[in-house]
Ligand binder design. Structure first.
Ligand code: ZN
Length: 384
């Protein structure tokens, strides 16, 4: 992958390129950024740039034999570790290499995939828990002890090092004293889940959310969508290109109506209005027929809407417009800031469960009931 294919992150790309050119790149680098900001794509562009035989000032050449093999993810000195599962329940081995074909195909078509989608894909939607095992670590140690084949560097990319868990200790010595010309690039989304001994051995480079304008330009140019549509997507994507891609796929025009329906329904239930039950049934049924991706998109929109309502309530500038803005102006008169925050947490949790294949009807029912209790002024404990 070349840097030019990465969405936004212009400043960061320049910084990484400069680090390589000045010979200042640490032998173990941690790229730390939220889901969808491009950690894996940046790691791959960095690996290609390091190996490229004709590095330019702003990118790898894209045509030398090192670049060509990197582009296809088949360079013999480029290695990957990533969360995975056993192929068959009785398999003795669980390692990244078992899935290398699926990995290449998937990442070549979407380097911004999120880990839940990746594991769901491996487990065929069977709600499996992915991890990076000790066996994986041992394979890596063996691979990295061999001499390089074609490049001056051996590069090990670990996508989501938080999935190493305590197994990560197996790799410590290697990260601390790597074999000659060996470079580790760790991609991390949740640093609090990475063991401290690994954190202390890496140089951390933070990846910011993707700039709205850069993302908008990319969406319009690459996907040929209207400026208006791109604007709608980036405000919900909130700096994540994974989210933007999902929103691109769906017809998002009904999310605002559904969010208003969700709140209306919760209010009616809270104020014990006679038609509350009927409206609730209808809300749950509508939600259930959406399909999982659209259910998640609804959650993303609702989260955006609640954030904007809170902002509006505090006198800030909002990205809401038209009917959604009119409804928000009414909504903020009836919902207190702490209630907004709790409902936001509930929707976040709804998204979490839907992403992990929970039953949509019961999830929506429970979210509606809790939201209505919050709106009725009852004390509801919501874990973050
Ligand atoms: Zn090249």
């Amino acid at each position: 992958m070349q840097f030019s294919h990465i969405v936004g992150q212009e400043h960061l790309k320049q910084k990484l390129i400069q680090n390589v050119r000045d010979n200042r790149l640490a032998h173990a680098t941690m790229l730390l950024g939220a889901e969808g900001t491009g950690g894996l794509a940046i790691a791959m562009a960095l690996a290609q740039y390091l190996m490229c035989e004709n590095k330019g000032e702003t990118d790898s050449c894209g045509t030398c034999s090192q670049c060509v093999k990197n582009e296809k993810m088949i360079h013999p000195d480029l290695h990957f570790m990533y969360p995975n599962i056993k192929r068959e329940p009785n398999d003795k081995i669980q390692a990244s290499t078992t899935w290398i074909k699926e990995w290449r195909d998937t990442i070549l078509s979407n380097p911004y995939i999120n880990v839940i989608d990746w594991i769901n894909f491996l487990g065929k939607g069977d709600n499996k828990q992915g991890n990076i095992t000790k066996g994986d670590c041992h394979e890596t140690i063996k691979k990295l002890s061999l001499k390089t084949y074609e490049s001056p560097y051996k590069i090990q990319i670990i996508w989501l090092a938080e999935y190493l868990g305590l197994e990560g200790n197996t790799l410590l010595k290697l990260i601390e004293e790597p074999p000659k010309d060996c470079i580790f690039i760790l991609v991390v989304e949740n640093i609090e889940q990475v063991i401290n001994t690994i954190i202390s051995r890496t140089q951390i480079i933070k990846i910011p959310p993707i700039d709205d304008q850069e993302m908008k330009a990319h969406l319009i140019q690459k996907y040929e969508i209207s400026e208006d549509n791109a604007k709608k997507i980036i405000r919900i994507a909130d700096g994540s290109f994974s989210t933007a891609l999902k929103l691109l796929d769906g017809d998002e025009n009904t999310n605002d109506e559904l969010t208003m329906m969700f709140l209306k329904c919760s209010f009616k239930k809270a104020y014990k209005q006679p038609d509350a039950a009927k409206l609730m049934d209808s809300m749950i049924a509508t939600f259930a027929t959406l399909g999982r991706e659209k259910q998640k998109n609804f959650c993303k929109y609702a989260l955006f809407y609640l954030r904007e309502c809170l902002l509006l309530q505090q006198g800030g500038r909002t990205k809401l417009e038209g009917a959604e803005l009119d409804y928000a102006k009414k909504t903020i008169a009836y919902i207190q800031p702490d209630q907004f925050e709790k409902i936001h947490l509930l929707i976040n949790r709804l998204h979490y469960h839907i992403e992990r294949n929970a039953a949509p009807k019961s999830q929506m029912m429970s979210t509606l009931l809790q939201t209505s209790r919050i709106l009725a002024g009852e004390y509801v404990l919501v874990d973050s």
